[in-house]
Design a protein around this ligand. Structure first.
Ligand code: AMP
Length: 196
């Protein structure tokens, strides 16, 4: 008689959504570690391409520095490559999807892979708090897409192109809202609580 060993971990797909400066990156790190998920950050992936000077990186850099979004087609292919490589889809997506087109592509891709979105965590922070945080981060990290004008563009891009995802996931019963003001640990406690 043959017995198959069940996979110890089943598929899980968490998304973190929120405006630039909401603290997604920090919460993503902690959440991925706590739930044993692979963190996929499209911003980090793009910055790697830029650092390595790949064709993709060269195409993306000007767009990123301007605070605009890289094309959906390019991002979707990049994510498809990463997700298809996972033996079991256990991922935390940070900074993707950023548009409804990307969200629809993600649904299709996950269903091809036999997985589905578990939950979408929206980190909410007021606009004034965000600008202050991002300008501070620019000084600390020297990010070239963090000067004040670019920050405003990124905010505008978020409200025009990414905020519609809130209704998209709310309508599908996936959205969990979390207040993003407070210490990292406090916000993380709230994130963990909405995922219980
Ligand atoms: P982030 O680190 O997530 O703030 O991303 C930095 C920059 O990378 C963004 O301002 C965009 O130019 C680009 N980027 C990252 N993720 C995406 C995405 N899902 N779609 C389009 N552009 C993206």
């Amino acid at each position: 008689m043959t017995t198959s060993t069940p996979s110890p971990l089943s598929s899980e797909v968490l998304l973190l959504v929120g405006p630039p400066g909401a603290g997604k990156g920090t919460q993503a790190e902690k959440l991925a570690r706590a739930r044993r998920l692979k963190k996929l950050s499209t911003g980090d992936m793009l910055r790697d391409h830029v650092a390595q000077g790949t064709a993709l990186g060269q195409a993306a850099k000007t767009v990123m520095d301007a605070g605009e979004l890289v094309s959906d087609a390019l991002i979707i292919e990049m994510v498809r490559g990463e997700l298809s490589r996972q033996p079991t889809v256990r991922v935390l997506l940070d900074g993707f999807p950023r548009t409804v087109v990307q969200a629809e592509a993600l649904d299709a891709l996950l269903s091809e892979l036999g997985a589905a979105i578990t939950a979408v965590v929206l980190i909410e922070v007021s606009a004034d708090e965000l600008v202050a945080r991002i300008v501070k981060r620019a000084h600390e990290q020297g990010r070239t897409d963090d000067d004040e004008e670019t920050v405003r563009t990124r905010m505008q891009v978020y409200s025009d192109q990414t905020a519609p995802l809130i209704a998209y996931y709310e309508g599908r019963g996936k959205l969990r809202r979390v207040g993003g003001i407070g210490k990292v640990e406090e916000v993380f406690a709230r994130v963990s609580e909405v995922l219980l």
